[in-house]
Each structure stands twice: as C-alpha cells, then as structure tokens.
Write a protein that binds this ligand. Structure first.
Ligand SMILES: *Cc1c(COP(=O)(O)O)cnc(C)c1O
Length: 229
C-alpha cells in the first residue's frame, strides 16, 4: 500500500474521531488534499485512494498538473493561493472553487471571466484573522461590504469563509483564532446570508479547527509529505 494511501486513511480516521469528540455531525468535515508543490503522480495515488478534492496555490503549476491528470475529470480543483489580477481568467476557467477572495476587484474579475457554460464559481472570502501584515485576507470589519458585493455577482456563489491563522504551538491559542472566524460566520448566517463552508485547519491545527466548526480542512504535508522547494 502506498504511504499516501496510508496517510489519507489516517487523516480520514482522525477527522472522523474529531467529529465525534467535538459533537460534530458525521461527515460534516470535508478533506481538501493540498497538492501544491507535489507532483501529479502523488495526486494520482491519492485519487486512486478515493480522494477527489485537491487544493493548489500556484496557477501555472496547477494548470500543468490538470493537463497531466485530464483523464480524471471528476477531480474538484480548489484554488487556495494569493490571486494576482492577471491570473483571474485562468482561475475562473479551470477551478471549481476559490478560497482566497479578498477584494472587490478580484471578485468582479472572477465573475466576469467565469465561462457561462460552467456553474457559478464557488468562493470563500479570506480573512486575515491574526492581522499579519505578510498575509492576505481582509479584516472582519470589512467583511459585510465584501459579502454584499459578492452576493450581487451572478457567476459567483459565495459559500463561506477561509483563514490561515498564524501558527501557534498551543491548542488553546489555535482554537482562539478559529473561534473568531466561527463568530464572524455565525453573524453572517444570522443576517440571513446562507453559507455552508468554513475552510479552516491545516496539518498542524486541524483538530482545533474542527473543534470550532470547520467544515473543510486543507491538509497538505500530513498526506503527501514534504513539499518540493
Ligand atoms: C499549503 C497550504 C495548506 C496546507 O498546509 P499543510 O501544513 O501542508 O497542511 C493549507 N492551506 C493553504 C492556504 C496553504 O497554502
């Protein structure tokens, strides 16, 4: 058995155990396998082990691997990296989801460039929860206006929120950041915005994310091992 298959099974079992431990519904947390800086052969191994959702951060690298894996049309590709405006067309054409929307201009371009023969592009708005200058994402104060802007765009489907908090060693600190996101998510739902996705948690902190309501964990190195430089 390939180690990727073993690692995937381990992660799936952990997710199921955390759903129980934190009183989450069974299967309420999806697994996005983050395959950035990993070769197409490893994606194919994960695919053979039943994985269908893959996350990529670098457009050209992703397009190359999509071409290599064209015989697996049921892969659902998620773009999770920072978005430059000259990349929006290809992102809108080739991905099912974008987790990293953080301004109106990018949202508008993705909407305008989404091919009409495809369903609306699923998006999450990225929040910079730890207020790190080096990270992308909007602050919680800016959330309502970007939500309203995105809701008015017919070729986008706003699904929820995403964040990449600063790394913390302690579970309580990890949980505290995720809790801020969970509150923002609930406030939007209370405003009547229908959302179903809280994209939170990576290899080192997905237990804390699940404890705070994550519905989709983005896991790379714990499945595929170290990334290529
Ligand atoms: C790289 C990356 C991940 C996966 O990180 P791991 O620590 O390898 O699990 C998740 N989300 C985003 C946005 C990333 O860029």
């Amino acid at each position: 058995m390939s180690s990727i298959k073993t690692q995937l099974q381990t992660i799936r079992t952990l997710i199921a155990n955390f759903e129980i431990k934190y009183h989450r519904n069974p299967h309420s947390v999806q697994l996005l396998a983050v395959s950035k800086k990993q070769p197409a052969e490893k994606i194919a191994l994960a695919y053979d082990a039943g994985q269908r959702l893959f996350g990529e951060s670098y457009l050209q690298e992703a397009l190359d691997k999509m071409a290599e894996l064209h015989n697996k049309p049921d892969i659902e590709w998620h773009f999770i990296g920072p978005i430059q405006s000259n990349k929006t067309r290809k992102i809108a054409e080739h991905f099912a989801w974008v987790h990293s929307v953080c301004d109106q201009r990018i949202a508008q371009r993705l909407n305008d460039q989404r091919p009409l023969n495809l369903p609306p592009l699923n998006i999450c708005i990225e929040i910079n929860i730890s207020h790190e200058a080096t990270k992308t994402g909007i602050s919680v104060d800016e959330l309502n206006s970007l939500v309203d802007y995105c809701l008015a765009l017919p070729h986008l489907r706003l699904r929820g929120l995403m964040a990449i908090p600063a790394p913390h060693d302690h579970f309580a600190d990890q949980r505290n950041d995720f809790h801020q996101l969970a509150i923002a998510f609930q406030q939007l739902q209370q405003r009547g915005v229908s959302l179903d996705t809280l994209s939170l948690g990576m290899s080192e902190d997905f237990e804390a994310a699940i404890s705070e309501g994550s519905t989709l964990v983005r896991i790379g190195s714990a499945i595929f091992g170290q990334r290529q430089p």
